[in-house]
Design a binder for this molecule. Structure first.
Ligand SMILES: O=c1nc[nH]c2c1ncn2[C@H]1C[C@H](O)[C@@H](COP(=O)(O)OP(=O)(O)OP(=O)(O)O)O1
Ligand SMILES: [Mg+2]
Length: 207
């Protein structure tokens, strides 16, 4: 039995607030944390505001969202800041992945924009990576951040109707189906979110 590498305060809390207003993320994160006997409450359910994402990194924005949620709710908060980094676009849309979809969000438009930018550059490099930073913040001030990634390639046109966001154009390395064509459990076994979460589990829960 190894000891958790972060404060035990996270594992002893019964409820974690998921500091996200994205239903797709909340569904995925709830499925990841419930096996640990924790109850997940979404940000809308907890009446949390949606803070402006003013930092310039996934880690910074995840911490900003988790801190705001922990402060308002008085509970342990878990925030996710994530996005798609396209190699030939120097990592864009990156932290702006949600913002490329406009308001109200239209991810078909965001996927088209990625495709148009690739075409503009006249490149055949379709490598891309999803990145996910998970920040865990205790209302007493304890903090931890975990970053996960998954590498893959972009396809066009989009395929599949599962998942969310850019899933219909992303094929993970070693596979032929897009994330939107896979069973949710298959995506959960290899995603950037699952990678960050497995690091969180090792740090927070003794193994
Ligand atoms: O597994 C994924 N599959 C497809 N697309 C994804 C994924 N993970 C992040 N993404 C894209 C879409 C999302 O909208 C954006 C994250 O932006 P991000 O600000 O972190 O999330 P958000 O604004 O949707 O919800 P919130 O900030 O309330 O957690 O990157
Ligand atoms: Mg956001």
């Amino acid at each position: 039995m190894t000891r958790p590498s972060v404060s035990p305060c996270f594992a002893t809390a019964h409820t974690w607030v998921i500091a996200s207003h994205n239903a797709g993320k909340i569904k995925e994160i709830s499925a990841l944390i419930e096996p640990f006997g924790l109850t997940a409450i979404g940000a809308d359910e907890a009446g949390l505001p949606e803070p402006e994402e003013t930092e310039d990194s996934f880690e910074g924005n995840a911490l900003l969202k988790a801190r705001a949620a922990a402060r308002v709710s008085g509970k342990v908060a878990l925030a996710d800041d994530s996005g798609l980094a396209v190699e030939a676009l120097d990592g864009a849309p990156g932290i702006y992945s949600a913002r490329w979809a406009g308001e109200p969000r239209d991810f078909y438009r965001a996927m088209e924009k990625v495709e148009a930018e690739l075409e503009k550059r006249g490149t055949t490099n379709r490598n891309a990576r999803f990145v996910c930073a998970l920040a865990l913040v205790h209302p007493d001030g304890e903090e931890a951040v975990f970053v996960g990634t998954v590498d893959g390639a972009l396809v066009w046109p989009p395929r599949g109707d599962r998942g969310f966001g850019y899933d219909p154009v992303f094929v993970p390395e070693g596979h032929t189906a897009t994330f939107a064509e896979m069973e949710p459990a298959a995506k959960h076994a290899m995603s950037h979110r699952a990678d960050a979460f497995s690091q969180l589990v090792s740090a927070v829960f003794a193994e």
